[in-house]
Design a protein around this ligand. Sequence first.
Ligand code: ZN
Length: 260
Amino acid sequence: MTVSIRASLLFSALGLAALTAAFADPPEDKEAAAHPKHWSYGGEGGPEHWSELAPENLPCSAGVQQSPIDLSGALAAKVDTPHPGWAPARGGMVINNGHTIQVDVSNAGGIKLDNADYSLKQFHFHHPSEHTIDGKAYPLELHLVHASADGKLAVIGIMFEEGKANPALDAVWATAPGKEGKAAVAFEIDTAEFMPKGGAAFRYEGSLTTPPCSETVRWTVMATPQTASSSQIAAFSSLFPWNARPVQPLNRRYVLKTSG
Ligand SMILES: [Zn+2]
């Protein structure tokens, strides 16, 4: 009886929270040092903190041509759009990297844009869309990531609205690991199947939409959306309820729109 009274006095004197903190602090600090905070789409690793997580992420806050953006007020212009030279590809990996479902490919051809050659490296998805068109977000945005021999990037963004099922998505979804991991691609990837019929597109200069937010991306966002069924959209959003960076200021850039 006496012991339990003493114990309760001790606890009330120190405060239970203080005691817990005194024991919990050192291991937490070690953990933080061994594993620096990883980026995410919310909370302490969320987009407003990306630049604090690693020195190379500085452009995420200090950059002036960041992506995504709201595609509105576009200037009609005769600008180049990607000239596809994709080749149907076998092999590669479908990766759940904890941020998205990404398909790494090789020997899948590429595009020509502004007289430069870019080869397709990977494609991945965002839910909801990262770019918005006149303020409107779509349930899904596909990014086809191409790189030139000198390391410049050309990314094509394709919006998906809810409608008819897209057969090209089914194979990717069926292979995608439910948690972080990889699975070999056992189907033929025909990148051209993802492209919408209309050639109208927005063009602007921007960045990666994930850390380190490098401003090395020549963006083309197709103006015509593709469709995906509600169950295809739900299949992705059950894995990634929100993997979209908020839209960034346009600053001193122009968005150009070509009718294709
Ligand atoms: Zn992306």
